[in-house]
Design a protein around this ligand. Structure first.
Ligand SMILES: *Cc1c(COP(=O)(O)O)cnc(C)c1O
Length: 223
């Protein structure tokens, strides 16, 4: 099924859109099935789960952290993570930079923006975003590279609300690029869209979608 789901998805998605296979809660075998179907980028939302999977799976997999990240756990993923999509404070960015420096590498990051109506979703609001970008001390963070924005839309049936939230993030992305990254070609990632709303996200300019259940089926949470 996973192979079929992925082929189906690949055939529907424009070439410029990257698919992150969100493998949280799913085991090694399912991930390998996706791997054999050609998938190389996987997303996890928990540090411990990523740490369990990383050593036993092929080394050409790119691991993306997509969930809320605690500062004290950055050091564990710093040696290998390829993109941290959930940066939501200057403090976190600073720690990622510090840990990346210890590893002698540059860690690509996205700033997570709060676009949903739900209170519980993490992310920066617009004021916090401008404050962070205007903070001149982030220029000294030589071991992180801010490559774009990420957002999660409201969990709702209301399509026009979802579309509005994606459109808002897309406009914000363009503004930020123009004002802060106009000479940085690596600032090019707009990560928005999940299983239920990726089509709307792509219509609104997404070039990175994070797909879990549509590839792997429903998640089984234990306990
Ligand atoms: C779980 C998760 C996804 C994937 O969700 P699906 O609805 O299963 O596609 C995408 N992004 C984030 C941040 C997630 O936590």
């Amino acid at each position: 099924m996973i192979t079929e789901n992925l082929r189906n998805l690949y055939s529907k998605i424009p070439k410029n859109v990257k698919i992150i296979a969100v493998s949280k809660t799913h085991g090694e075998e399912k991930i390998m099935e996706a791997y054999h179907a050609g998938q190389r980028i996987f997303g996890e939302n928990k540090v411990q789960e990523m740490l369990n999977k990383y050593p036993i799976l092929p080394k050409d997999i790119e691991w993306h952290m997509i969930g809320h990240l605690q500062s004290n756990k950055v050091k564990y993923i710093a040696p290998f993570v390829s993109l941290i999509q959930s940066v939501d404070s200057k403090k976190l960015l600073e720690i990622i930079d510090k840990e990346a420096k210890k590893q002698n590498r540059i860690i690509p990051c996205l700033l997570q923006i709060h676009i949903a109506q739900e209170e519980t979703k993490f992310g920066l609001n617009e004021d916090e975003l401008w404050k962070l970008l205007n903070d001149t001390s982030i220029k000294d963070f030589n071991n992180t590279s801010i490559q774009g924005l990420m957002g999660i839309a409201s969990y709702t049936e209301n399509e026009s609300q979802i579309r509005n939230e994606f459109r808002y993030l897309s406009n914000l992305f363009q503004q930020v690029k123009k004002q802060f990254f106009h000479d940085c070609p690596q600032f090019e990632i707009l990560s928005m869209g999940m299983s239920n709303d990726y089509q709307i996200a792509i219509e609104e300019g997404s070039n990175m979608i994070r797909i879990g259940s549509l590839i792997f089926g429903e998640r089984m949470y234990q306990k």
